[in-house]
Design a protein around this ligand. Structure first.
Ligand code: G3P
Length: 247
């Protein structure tokens, strides 16, 4: 019932030459049954939309302000991302939480704005290594879900990405049992909050060092509906096998 989703977060990587790689992903995109989303830097949004025009791929932003316009130098709004042709926005990535001190409440407000603009909010959550080692993972995840996911969320407009901070860009991943524990917990948490029908439509992604070599086993884990991929989304050679693994 939930379409699988392969999402790529290019972070602060890519100038115009990187669009050739997006074109390669478009051309070799192996699995039309899987939703594919690429979130390039804001400078490439419009060109990225043109690159995939007419093909079943989505382009999205990596962050947005809570407002649609105003005196906020350097910020970008969900309305602007929509105007550029984007259909989704990542909010609450741990790098934003850490580099910019974003709180759950701010992320919730951003996700609300994204959804009010008719876009999909990809809300990121995840524990630090210290929190995992202290046995706090599920309580951290529960608090982040409560604080970052808007009450107004619908299944069609909400994606949640579980990204353990210690797994991002490190080559480390949790055990499959640890991923299952968190994803089952997130599903149950959403059922308690939104009811079975809505909760069962919300896509739950795993993120953190997903590569062609580990994608198949991660995607076989209970309640994993896809991945939010960083480094391995930058080339078709790495990203297309990950898309293909979502069958
Ligand atoms: O948002 C995706 C990300 O944080 C994971 O990055 O490079 O470990 O796949 P990476």
């Amino acid at each position: 019932m939930r379409r699988k989703l392969a999402a790529g977060n290019w972070k602060m990587n890519g100038v115009k030459a990187q669009l050739a790689e997006l074109d390669n992903i478009r051309k070799t995109h192996p699995n039309p049954a899987v939703d594919v989303l690429i979130c390039p830097p804001a400078t490439l949004l419009s060109d990225a939309v043109k690159t995939v025009s007419g093909y079943p791929m989505m382009i999205g932003g990596q962050d947005c302000h809570t407002a649609n316009s105003g005196a906020h130098t350097g910020d970008i709004s969900a309305d602007m991302i929509k105007d550029a042709g984007g259909t989704a926005v990542i909010v609450g990535h741990s790098e934003r939480r850490e580099d910019h001190g974003e709180s759950d409440a701010q992320i919730c407000a951003k996700a609300t704005t994204v959804m009010e603009n008719g876009l999909i909010a990809v809300v990121c959550i995840g524990e630090s290594l210290a929190q995992r080692e202290a046995g706090e993972t599920l309580s951290v995840i529960g608090a982040q879900l409560a604080g970052s996911v808007p009450d107004t969320a619908s299944a069609a407009q909400l994606v949640i990405a579980y990204e353990p901070i210690w797994a991002i860009g490190t080559g480390l991943i949790p055990t499959l049992e640890q991923i299952a524990e968190v994803h089952d917990f997130m599903r149950e948490n959403m059922i308690q909050r939104f009811g079975t029908d809505t909760a069962n439509g919300i896509r739950l992604l795993y993120g953190g060092s997903v590569k062609p070599g580990n994608a198949t086993e991660i995607f076989a884990v209970s309640n994993v509906d896809g991945a939010l991929v960083g480094g391995a989304s930058l080339t078709a050679a790495d990203f297309c096998p990950i898309i293909a693994a979502l069958e």
